[in-house]
Ligand binder design. Structure first.
Ligand code: PDD
Length: 287
């Protein structure tokens, strides 16, 4: 099936869709992005991702490229043209194209906007979640503004690659105190040895995940106690359950950390329940 990408106002065949060599996203990673899960052709947690996009743009002083309504239209149209029922839609906004110079380009330089969408097999991700996945830990070597969802993901790429080379699905990054910050593209959670649900607070240098926030609301509705506090690698290895959250991964059970089995090495009951709760809600509220 032919794929289509939206690039600066035009829908182009995916294989021919290009940006300029002096796009600042390409030159400096001077741009931000968002990823929405798509269920039945509709976007989950829509407002959360849109609001975070605006926050990221604002923090970096990149102009808002178009109205929220127009952008929503482009996202929907890209999903439609790619015939995505289940999958993800990706949006990237950069500071635009200008001669390579570190300072911001002249005022009025239009931001670049690209949107792509692709299908993900719901069956395959369900099968992965049923078995659970392996996690390894790596040092967190990132910069000090991981709350902004920038395309500057080199440290995350290296972490994920290390995971793959060590036979794992995800890498959890660890700060100098031995505390887990977050996954290379996910937020990290455990059910600790006392049975308490834990995920670290977002005062730290991590991304405030939209899936994380949505899940927290569901946890509160369920009356489950949540301890928003960092945990160490040792605590994670002693945990009853572990999992991570992100658009596209939803709630994914982690069944080993650095080769150490978590619980009985199978996805735990709380994780499984939270995955179902999240998926039901995300499907229901998708637009
Ligand atoms: N990643 N932490 C990091 C470093 C991430 O890159 C992501 C998302 C998350 C989870 O955020 P959310 O729940 O809003 O998706 C946490 C996306 C999916 C990606 O880079 O593809």
């Amino acid at each position: 099936m032919s794929r289509v990408a939206y690039v600066n106002g035009q829908y182009q065949p995916h294989g021919q869709a290009v940006i300029h060599v002096e796009d600042r996203g390409f030159q400096f990673a001077d741009g931000v992005y968002e990823v929405w899960s798509v269920f039945d052709g509709r976007m989950a947690d829509f407002d959360g991702h849109m609001t975070r996009l605006h926050r990221s743009l604002n923090e970096l002083r990149i102009d808002i490229p178009m109205t929220r309504e127009s952008l929503t239209q482009v996202l929907k149209e890209t999903i439609r043209r790619n015939r995505v029922r289940n999958g993800i839609v990706y949006l990237q906004v950069t500071r635009g194209t200008a001669r390579r110079d570190h300072p911001f380009p002249a005022e009025g330089t239009p931001p670049s906007v690209i949107v792509t969408a692709r299908s993900i097999s719901a069956d395959r991700s369900e099968a992965t979640a049923k078995k659970g996945v392996a996690v390894v830990t790596v040092p967190d070597i990132r910069w000090g503004r991981c709350d902004i969802k920038t395309v500057g993901l080199l440290a995350n790429v290296l972490a994920k690659q290390q995971a793959r080379e060590r036979g794992a699905y995800e890498a959890w990054m660890v700060d100098e105190m031995g505390l887990v910050t977050e996954g290379s593209s996910t937020n990290a959670w455990i059910v600790d040895e006392n049975g308490k649900l834990r995920t670290r607070d977002t005062q730290a240098n991590i991304l405030k995940g939209i899936t994380r926030t949505a899940l927290m609301d569901l946890i509160a509705e369920e009356g489950v106690e949540l301890d928003e506090r960092p945990f160490s690698v040792d605590e994670a290895k002693r945990a009853k359950e572990a999992f991570f959250t992100a658009a596209g991964a939803f709630v994914m059970p982690a069944v080993s950390i650095d080769g150490v089995k978590i619980g009985d090495g199978k996805p735990g009951p709380i994780t499984t329940r939270l995955r179902t709760l999240y998926l039901d809600q995300a499907r229901r509220d998708a637009i």
